[in-house]
Design a protein around this ligand. Structure first.
Ligand code: NAP
Length: 319
């Protein structure tokens, strides 16, 4: 039996990430049982119907009871509230591992840690894998394959618990790295959070332009803009919580982005073709580095054929 196997995994929140964990854990035989809770009864019912969970509960505290792994898969802003609810009900199992999948780490460590009992090991985590879709029906077993999962264990964290969770994520298909929560939040601000903000903004700017009708935006949406619209379709609650909980790093990266954008504006205004060519060449080299690192393919993408449901599922946003 795998050392990374858990007797009972509790998924608190059964959306894209929670359901994908369930599918991948079953694929790898890493779960004796999977139980879960969500905000609404409808989600729990859907998860039961799709065999994502073996048993559903109407509270996080009841789902946590008897579970040796509890995974918080809710929006970032609610993780502390959920941890408090379980702690107050006193339903954490002795020696359980508590983790989360939130896209921000510092705020979750701040909000969750005060509610973690001494006999529970809190190992924060973030799978850098996702799509723009939400809900229990959007999950799939391959989501984490070859993607990174970052763990941000505090300095005094039990090393056996960290090793077990690392093995679990590797069993789900991920590569695992560890770093501080603060470092995670700065890296993800530039690689994920600011790009999403840019996507939300550019799509809204196009939508608000009076002279560009909706029909033209849709009709001529090719390449770059269409990809922005896909990213901008991401769940508004999740992303509201990301920006409210990673303020400092996002504002710092946005400041740098604005300065670089101003440099591009100047180069265009003053016909500095060499500058534009040099900056675009630098960007293109970074793209090659991502492909060489195995984090994307070099298949032609702009103008790709319209994706069917399975292909749409495979679009991986690395959130
Ligand atoms: P999702 O598909 O919208 O699912 C969120 C789940 O949380 C739903 O089951 C929802 O229940 C539940 N929930 C919301 N409030 C709750 C509460 N108060 N108590 C219990 N359950 C609650 O979201 P997701 O994409 O899986 O994202 C979940 C987490 O993963 C977020 O923290 C996000 O930052 C992180 N993450 C997301 C991605 C991505 O690409 N989406 C990638 C990596 C990490 P209902 O359905 O009943 O509302």
């Amino acid at each position: 039996m795998s050392a990374a196997r858990f007797e009972q995994i509790a998924l608190i929140g059964i959306g894209l990430i929670g359901s994908s964990i369930a599918h991948a854990a079953r694929r790898a035989g890493l779960a004796g049982r999977i139980v879960g809770s969500a905000r609404t009864a409808a989600t729990v019912e859907t998860a039961l119907r799709l065999d994502i969970i073996d048993e559903g509960f109407d509270s996080a505290a009841e789902a946590a009871r008897g579970s040796d792994l509890v995974v918080l898969c809710t929006p970032v802003g609610i993780c502390g509230v959920v941890a408090k609810e379980i702690a107050e009900a006193n339903t954490f199992r002795d020696g359980a591992i508590l983790t989360d999948v939130g896209s921000v780490k510092g705020a979750i460590v701040r909000d969750v840690t005060p509610h973690v009992p001494k006999n529970v090991h809190f190992v924060p985590g973030h799978p850098i894998a996702g799509t723009e879709q939400s809900g229990p029906e959007s999950g799939f077993a391959e989501l984490f394959d070859s993607r990174w999962c970052i763990l941000t264990p505090p300095a005094d964290c039990d090393s056996a618990a960290v090793a077990k969770l690392r093995g679990f994520w590797e069993g789900l298909g991920s590569q695992v790295d560890t770093m501080s929560a603060d470092h995670h939040d700065r890296v993800l601000a530039i690689t994920s959070h600011v790009p999403h903000l840019i996507a939300f903004n550019i799509v809204n700017t196009a939508g608000h332009l009076e002279r560009v009708t909706d029909r033209e935006v849709i009709k001529f949406s090719a390449g770059g803009f269409r990809d922005f619209t896909r990213i901008a379709a991401s769940d508004p609650t999740m992303w509201r919580d990301v920006f409210l909980n990673n303020k400092d790093a996002v504002l710092e990266m946005l400041q740098r982005f604005s300065e670089d954008l101003t440099a591009l504006q100047r180069a265009i205004r003053y016909d500095e073709g060499d500058t534009l060519h040099r900056l675009f060449t630098e960007a293109s080299a970074l793209r090659r580095g991502i492909i060489e690192a195995g984090q994307d393919t070099d298949e032609p993408d702009f103008g790709r054929r319209v994706a069917g449901p399975q292909e749409a599922k495979r679009e991986n946003d690395d959130d």
